[in-house]
Structures are given as structure tokens and as C-alpha cells.
Design a protein around this ligand. Structure first.
Ligand SMILES: C=C1C[C@]23C[C@@]1(O)CC[C@H]2[C@@]12CC[C@H](O)[C@@](C)(C(=O)O1)[C@H]2[C@@H]3C(=O)O
Ligand SMILES: O=C(O)CCC(=O)C(=O)O
Ligand SMILES: [Fe+2]
Length: 350
């Protein structure tokens, strides 16, 4: 349940305008080697340059697994508020507060770090721990087993995460091909950034309860505008609209839900690796007035000590790097102190 205090409503109110529908490109991950795969790789690169956002079909994530994870998550969110709050230490349950810097939305969520041992809670709205400072929370993983009430849901989310991480890796391999990084056996280097045992990946499950709008009343922000800090984010939702992306000119466009496909966001780190050629997409969620939205997002981040800078092959004419080198830990720590909507890359620009 999401309850707003006086004054908070004003903070998350949006003009009730209906944005146009985004023209989102589709990338078929199952395209067979040869011309079809080359075309898919080109479409992927074009989409990352244009919007920093695309739809993935032929992804190989079993529909039954997606449905089961989504149903279990919806079942959890339907439980009494007190019971959900008890699971903050096991599932990273939180509501309304996004991050630790005063951002709020009409949303409740689970936030889990992805470790070789499975999903571990990284934050709760009732604690001051930021997901950014989540390493210590990994220790909690061992302490919460399948025998707790949260166990069955966590097991399903673990299985889901394994499947979606595999898909994120396949997306990054296709991306490497499209970028011409495949020479010298390097096709897997980008993908390995999110598949190593120490890669810093996160799973987030968001629930946006419907909020019937009175005539002429403003819409509500479910999740405020932002870019994702990681390399890529892989998102799916239960068929309820609400996601919007910012186009290059700054106008918002809505993303119609898709029953079977996943959506991929380019994150800040990929913008850096491509020296700004790919665009980290600004996005937000507007609350639907009639239906609950449940979304599950896998954020693929690199290992904490990974040094990040534009890939030499992508420096382009003149070889000028737009960003100074930094580690993922450095970027995350600096990002943790920012408000959601801030441009977190600006302080790393040359
Ligand atoms: C305000 C914040 C929330 C956030 C961490 C941050 O300090 C800035 C980035 C936010 C974000 C956006 C994408 C993901 O939802 C998220 C988990 C992430 O890695 O970065 C959130 C963080 C959060 O909700 O704590
Ligand atoms: O819930 C959604 O659909 C998107 C949320 C989002 O952008 C995020 O959690 O970073
Ligand atoms: Fe996001």
C-alpha cells in the first residue's frame, strides 16, 4: 500500500497530458547466424543510438517462469502492509521512498542484489541503507533461507534472475558484434561485465497500485524521471501501461506494454563505454488510473573494481575521450548522494 502524507501529493503530481506513443525498435535475439543476425545487430546499435531503448523478442525466457514470478510478486504485494514490512530484511521491501535522498513515488517494491548465492535484499524504505552501499547486506543472504515465508518468492525471483541475466549477456554479445568489437575473440568482454561472479547486478520488482483520477486531477508519478546507472537494464511489466521515455529533444513518449517481449534500457555506464555514442535513456513511470502495474527489472552492473572508460575502438576520429576513467564503486558512491533526476555522469566528463 502506498500512503502519501500532506505535501507529498504535490511533489509527485504531473500534468494530466497524454504523451505520444514511442516508436520503439524491436531486436530479435533468436536471429540465426548470417544476414539475419547481422541485421539484428545493426537494429540494436541503431536503437541504442536513437533512444537508448529497445524491445527484445526471441529472448528465450520461458513465459511460464515470467508468469509465475509475476504472480508470486503480485501475491506478495497483496498481503497486509505489516506482513510486507516484516520482509524488508529478506526481500528488500520498501514503499514510496526511492533511494535515500528524498525522492518519493506512488510505488512499493522489492530490491535485491544478485550474488552467486542468489538474491539478497539491498535496501528498505525503513532503513537508511542505500542499495549503493549494499555489499554488507550480502551477508544477510546466508541468514534468510527458503524456509522463511519469503523463501518461495525469493526462489522464483532467483530463477527469473538467472534467465534474465543470461538474456542480458546475449544482448551484450549481439551489441559487441554490432559495434564491431568481435575481433580478437573479444565478443564476450562486454557480456562478461554483467556475468562475472562479482558483477554488481540488482533485481527490482515494482508495484504501482492504480489510482483512480478525478476529472481534471493531475496524474501521479510512480517512479520519477532518471537514467539507470548500470550497463543495461532489462525490464518487463504485466501488461499495464505507465512507462515513458524521454526522446532526444526532451519530449516524453509512452511505451505501450508488451505481453511477451522485454525492454532494454541503455544505462549510464554503457554511455561511457561507447564514448557517448549510445544514449543512457531518461525514463519515468506514470501511475495508471485503472490497473496495477507490476514490473521486474534486472540491472546489469559491472564488478565494483572495474575500471570504466570509453572503449579504445569506439573513441572515433580524433580519439578524444568524453569521460575520465573511474571505477564502478566510485561511480556508485558518487551516485548515491544524488537525487533521482540528477545527471550523474556530468561530474565524470572531460
Ligand atoms: C536516488 C537514487 C535511487 C537509486 C540510487 C540513487 O541514489 C540514484 C539512482 C537510483 C537507481 C535508479 C535505477 C534503479 O532503480 C536503482 C536501484 C539503481 O541502481 O539506481 C535506483 C536506486 C535506488 O532505488 O536506490
Ligand atoms: O517500474 C518500471 O517500469 C520502471 C522502473 C525503473 O525505471 C527503475 O526501477 O529504475
Ligand atoms: Fe529505471
Amino acid at each position: 500500500m502506498v500512503v502519501l502524507a500532506k505535501g507529498e501529493l504535490e511533489q509527485i503530481a504531473l500534468p494530466a497530458a497524454q504523451p505520444p506513443v514511442a516508436d520503439v525498435r524491436s531486436v530479435d535475439l533468436s536471429a540465426p547466424a548470417g544476414p539475419a543476425r547481422e541485421a539484428a545487430a545493426r537494429a540494436l546499435v541503431a536503437a541504442c543510438e536513437e533512444h537508448g531503448f529497445f524491445r527484445v523478442t526471441g529472448h528465450g525466457v520461458p513465459a511460464e517462469l515470467v508468469r509465475a514470478a509475476e504472480a508470486a510478486a503480485s501475491g506478495f504485494f497483496a498481503r497486509p502492509q505489516g506482513e510486507k514490512e516484516e520482509e524488508a530484511p529478506t526481500l528488500g521491501y520498501g514503499s514510496k521512498r526511492v533511494g535515500g535522498n528524498g525522492d518519493i513515488g506512488w510505488v512499493e517494491y522489492l530490491l535485491l542484489g544478485v550474488t552467486p548465492a542468489g538474491a539478497v535484499p539491498v535496501a528498505s524504505a525503513s532503513s537508511s541503507t542505500l542499495p549503493c552501499a549494499a555489499a554488507a547486506a550480502a551477508a544477510a543472504a546466508a541468514s534468510s533461507s527458503s524456509s522463511t515465508p519469503a523463501g518461495p518468492l525469493r526462489d522464483l525471483l532467483d530463477e527469473y534472475t538467472v534467465a534474465v541475466r543470461r538474456m542480458a549477456s546475449a544482448v551484450l554479445e549481439l551489441m559487441a558484434e554490432g559495434l564491431g568489437l568481435a575481433g580478437g575473440g573479444e565478443v564476450g568482454a562486454l557480456a562478461r561485465l554483467v556475468t562475472r561472479a562479482d558483477s554488481d547486478c540488482v533485481l527490482r520488482v515494482n508495484h504501482y497500485p492504480p489510482r483512480p483520477a478525478a476529472a481534471g486531477a493531475p496524474s501521479l508519478t510512480g517512479f520519477g524521471e532518471h537514467t539507470d546507472p548500470q550497463i543495461i537494464s532489462v525490464l518487463r511489466s504485466n501488461g499495464t501501461s505507465g512507462l515513458e521515455i524521454a526522446l532526444r529533444g526532451g519530449a516524453w513518449a509512452s511505451v505501450p506494454p508488451d505481453g511477451d517481449a522485454f525492454f532494454v534500457n541503455v544505462g549510464d555506464t554503457l554511455q561511457v563505454l561507447t564514448n557517448g555514442r549510445f544514449r543512457s535513456v531518461r525514463h519515468r513511470v506514470v501511475v495508471n488510473s485503472e490497473r496495477s502495474r507490476v514490473s521486474m527489472i534486472f540491472f546489469g552492473g559491472p564488478p565494483p573494481g572495474e575500471r570504466l572508460a570509453p572503449l579504445p575502438q569506439l573513441l572515433g576520429d580524433g580519439g578524444r575521450s568524453r569521460y575520465r576513467e573511474f571505477t564502478w564503486a566510485e561511480f556508485k558512491n558518487s551516485g548515491c548522494r544524488t537525487r533521482l533526476a540528477e545527471d550523474r555522469l556530468s561530474r565524470f566528463e572531460n
